[in-house]
Ligand binder design. Structure first.
Ligand SMILES: *Cc1c(COP(=O)(O)O)cnc(C)c1O
Length: 433
């Protein structure tokens, strides 16, 4: 790849201009529109391995990976071949299919908390359903979530954190009634005392705690030592459920997710992204006694026309098979650590305050000296600098998530050479900021 400064994106611009008349903001998911970094979003034509090609023919090293699913690299030949074969047999049965058993067994074997699983079509759907299940099982309405954690776009989760930890959530979006979010309590991430205070102020009323056990949706923020264990203890003491939203981290941080990596087992878990291998899939699962509440085994209703369809199951099964091969997570750790270390060193050399890190193939960095332990601290990052950095990297053929508050992802297809080229691009970009 050559350095493509002053990127030519004429065709992208034409398509995006037309798109803005057809779809709100020209996109079908907001962050894609580049609003937080400015400039034109790039319209893509095709993807392969670690790379993406736009409609003007520019090539990029991709660190978004479709926001996580592309962990084996885009259009992995084995996934594509399996999909072709599945396609011939039909895209959706609307009836049981054996592939559901296969993926269910793989998920149950891999994820410590999951004894039974239900497949859905997105992470949002999984989180909506798990919330209903938390409430159905405990008979309690309130939940605790953390500032900066994203659990999909369902009303109950769209809560901006108030300044006081005990403040009841206010809706984050018009169209979300206050009555829908008044049972959503929020606490700062990595703050056990705040969680204890919420339990003390709402005795016997809190169904459970839901969190990203490693945060990706406020930028990359790992849990501090003892945080996850502390939540496990507090929820147990209060007869509440602990729910790990591993939509991003499942099969990403480790094959068994954060719960395997950190050895803390929640009661329920949500999954998405990687388990669909690039097709729309979500899942929720957990303790058998809780999952038996779900219809038709139990009374909690939840359904889906395309849930468990053979195409999505196939992409998930093949992706997990590839991830089971020896050395995959060690490789992701190696290249991703090299990448983040290289970028942070480049920042240091060029006089920019920065902090960051990675676990396996998930990473992030902030333009602030840090440490960043929660959303408030993440917001200390120099967002204008990030925007200029993002643009500079784009011009040098590196596609980073177009927001400071998103994690980055590598894949098995990223080579050491890709990483070295990325670090070189970062050095050049940072020197010019
Ligand atoms: C992406 C994500 C979701 C939402 O998943 P969608 O498939 O986009 O609906 C929920 N929780 C977390 C932690 C996520 O990263």
């Amino acid at each position: 790849m050559t350095t493509t400064k002053n990127l030519k994106t004429t065709r992208s611009e034409e398509i995006f201009a037309a798109a803005q008349k057809l779809m709100p903001g020209g996109v079908n998911s907001p962050v894609r529109a580049f609003r937080s970094v400015g400039g034109q979003p790039i319209v893509f034509d095709h993807v392969k391995g670690a790379y993406m090609w736009d409609v003007d023919g520019n090539q990029y090293i991709d660190y978004v990976g479709s926001w996580g699913p592309a962990i084996c690299g885009h259009t992995h030949p084995e996934v594509i071949q399996a999909l072709h074969a599945a396609l011939e047999k039909g895209t959706s049965f609307g009836a049981p299919c054996y592939l559901e058993n296969v993926l269910a067994e793989m998920v149950i074997d891999a994820v410590p908390s999951i004894e039974m699983v239900r497949f859905v079509n997105s992470g949002t759907e999984a989180c909506m359903a798990v919330l209903r299940l938390m409430r159905a099982f405990t008979g309690r309405d309130k939940i605790i979530k953390f500032e900066g954690c994203y659990h999909g776009h369902a009303d109950m989760f769209l809560v901006k954190a108030g300044s006081g930890v005990a403040t009841l959530g206010l809706p984050d979006s018009p169209g979300v009634p206050k009555s829908t979010t008044e049972n959503t309590l929020t606490a700062p991430y990595n703050d056990l005392e705040a969680v204890k205070a919420l339990f003390a102020a709402n005795p016997g009323q809190i169904a459970g705690v839901i969190l990203e056990p490693v945060v990706g949706n406020a930028g990359f923020i790992p849990p501090e030592a003892g945080f996850l264990a502390g939540l496990r203890e507090i929820t147990r003491e209060n007869g509440a459920l602990l729910v790990f939203d591993e939509v991003m981290t499942g099969f990403r941080i480790a094959y068994g997710g954060v719960q395997e990596k950190f050895g803390i087992t929640p009661d329920l878990t949500t999954l998405g992204k990687v388990i669909g291998g690039g097709l729309p899939v979500g899942a929720y699962g957990g303790r058998r006694d809780i999952m038996q509440m779900v219809a038709p085994a139990g009374p909690m209703y939840q359904a889906g026309t395309l849930s468990g369809n053979p195409l999505a199951m196939t992409a998930g099964i093949k992706t997990l098979e590839i991830l089971q091969r020896p050395g995959t997570y060690e490789y992701l750790e190696k290249i991703t650590h090299k990448l983040v270390t290289g970028i942070l060193e480049a920042a240091k050399e060029t006089g920019h305050a920065a902090c960051g890190g990675n676990i396996s193939g998930m990473f992030g960095f902030f333009f602030t000296a840090g440490p960043v332990r929660n959303y408030e601290e993440a917001k200390q990052s120099d967002l204008q600098k990030f925007a200029r950095f993002h643009r500079g990297m784009l011009e040098r053929g590196v596609y980073l998530a177009p927001s400071q508050f998103e994690a980055g992802f590598t894949s098995l297809a990223h080579t050491e050479e890709d990483v070295e080229r990325t670090i070189a691009a970062a050095k050049e970009t940072l020197a010019g900021l």
